[in-house]
Write a protein that binds this ligand. Sequence first.
Ligand code: NAD
Ligand code: DAU
Length: 380
Amino acid sequence: MSSIKKSESGVPNIESTNILVTGGAGFIGSNFIRYVFEKTGFTGTLVNYDKLTYAGNLMNLVDIDGKFGNKNYFFERGDINDYGNVKRVFSKYDITLVVHFAAESHVDRSIFGPKEFIETNVNGTFTMLEASRQHWASRQDVRFHHISTDEVYGSLGESGYFFETTPYDPRSPYSASKAASDHLARAYFHTYGLPITVSNCSNNYGPYHFPEKLIPLVILNAVEGKPLPVYGDGKNVRDWLYVEDHCEAVWQILMKGRTGETYNIGGECEKQNIDVVNSICEILEQLHPLKDNKEIKNSKLKTQNYKELITFVGDRPGHDRRYAINCDKIKNELGWKRQHGFEDGLRRTIAWYLDNRAWVSNIRSGEYAKWIEKNYTSRA
Ligand code: NAD
Ligand code: DAU
């Protein structure tokens, strides 16, 4: 396995290095791993370190495992809080670059059970930073990229944007835990000099998104003729980015980002939730017309239009009203820009869910857990 090389500009040659991705079995992590292998010409070693919580799914990476498994791609099951195991993995694969996605990610779950969020997002990030610092002490070419969220900046009114300099104002246990982890990452840079970068991204959507989040939940509920729950008045605004565009932005930061810096990543695509839900219904009507939908035809539900399933429900406590990211820094400094518009990205996403119903039923049914037991436990 090769170790990290420096180009003339001091930028690490990451295409052939040894990368540790935490949370690589989740939604964005698995898309990122696929992006690295399929879109970047990567020839090094990539280790996916994941605890496989309810949100982690190795079926997300069956194709990658088939093509690159035990050659360039390796999976290690483990908790980011397990310092000894993290250190073992660092040494075993001679890791030079950490891309830290692992987290508890769902705001609603953080409201009902915040403890897990503190343990994983705060303590777990601390453990990853501390293990990286120890590993770095002996080899100096270690770099740590911390993946974070725009939610750390709080909630916007009708106007304005989140900049990298916007003061933190998190309002949910999830965003507070992510804010704490961002501060820790920066503290390790300022205090110890550990070369870190941080990115704060807006709402992602796309394939392999766990169906507790708004977009996949609405797609699947509509297909099954179930209510489409819209919190409050449906006018909360999120800034949507197709997941592959996020992956590309992270790769650009790894290639060219300046250490110690934070980069905002966003879709420049503000939408009210109700408009997102209406768009899903409209695209579904084209891709999977209600009149041909056997799941609904066979049920007792009598509906003429997916939109009739929209149901306004009680609001999320502390529901942030509006997020909007200014991402001029990454555009101007690193030359990144998003490739997918919302209509295009949403259509691809809906098509993916329609084509991958087996994936959906597996992660919902518990079959997934059995599959992991059978296929992976012995390989770790
Ligand atoms: P996800 O919930 O889909 O996946 C999280 C992954 O982390 C899972 O594979 C899970 O098994 C793993 N994990 C959880 N706890 C762990 C632990 N203790 N040890 C090891 N692995 C553990 O999350 P996601 O939506 O893919 O988000 C990934 C990262 O991106 C998170 O840090 C999140 O805060 C951030 N982010 C997400 C979005 C978004 O829209 N989803 C936007 C901006 C930033
Ligand atoms: O902004 C980035 C964040 O985006 C990430 O840091 C989080 O990890 C990710 O989960 C996401 O958080 P949100 O809370 O914005 O995503 P969610 O899909 O849960 O909700 C999107 C919006 O839709 C939000 O305003 C709440 C609303 N909503 C959500 C659900 C699940 C509904 O109206 N009905 C629902 O059933």
